[in-house]
Design a protein. Sequence first.
Lengths: 187, 162
Amino acid sequence: MKLLPLVALFSVILLGVLFVYVVEDVPAFGDPYSPPNRYIELFSIDAEGLASSLDAGVLPTGLRTKIEEIGYTKENAFPSLEEGKYEIERIEGEREEGWDVLIMKEELYYPGLEKFYFIKEDGTKLKVCRYSIPVRWQEKCEEEMATPNMVTAGLADYRSYDTLGETVVIYTAAVSVILLLRRRGRL
Amino acid sequence: MSAEKKYGRDVVIETIARLMIPFIQLYGLYVMMGTEGAGGGFQGGTIIAASFVLYVTAFGITSGRKKFPESWNAAFKCLGVYLYAGIGLLCIIFSLGVAEYLNYAAVPLSNIIGQADTRALMIADVVEIGIGMTVMAAFVSLFFDLAWKEESVKEEEGGAEE
């Protein structure tokens, strides 16, 4: 009995099982409401009396301190949750129901309210979520840069540092190949 | 020259290449510049580089070198990166003290046509062209270097046998 084929077969089966196990947790491709595409849950909190405060447009202090405990504070360069710098909107859609927390951003060229937190009711609990970056790409990119193509806008504007680096990588690769291959007998 | 004599010329391949190369380059430009369709600088640059590869396959490497000389190649390669980084520098200068590198809205053109349109223009016509130029020149340079190497090795081996 050969040992190597058995070990190979066993590891292939193991990898297959691992793959299926991992893929089961991955959200369906293109689902706009899956966590990486829409929002990620931060924590949940008891809903006693908080809903009416949210409806009135004021972030309850308990919620605010808990958000700041995680580290989303002004010292860490996140937009502040002080009174008057945010607005709360009630949202009622097909698949989502809750409150949007829009925070005023202190950007030089694009000051304005931006969606930051999403609070959703789940029985007696309130789930506090944070919006992901693709939401801003989807909603703001055409208005901010008059470009219907979201991919190009992201590549050349929002992530232009990254693209500049990629271009320099290609340039460096070409220069290195020149240095390596054009020695013409000089080694 | 010896290589071209050895392989000879093929009328079919040359005619097809003559017909197709302009269209390939036009398509490359379309992919490179448009922000409405799919694509971008990297893809467009690669398509244009592929047209040069087709030219070399059809007409031989020495005539390909004459069409796209080494000096142009180096110039394009550097110019692309300079365009991109230069726009960033322009933004630093014009954003006056806040140093917003690569924030295209800072370019004073935005006083005339608006911030959104300035950003669209910079993306479509400056940045993507810069990326495309660098990628195109880099790929052509890689291809020529590898092809020359092959040929010189072959010639050396042939000389040794004789």
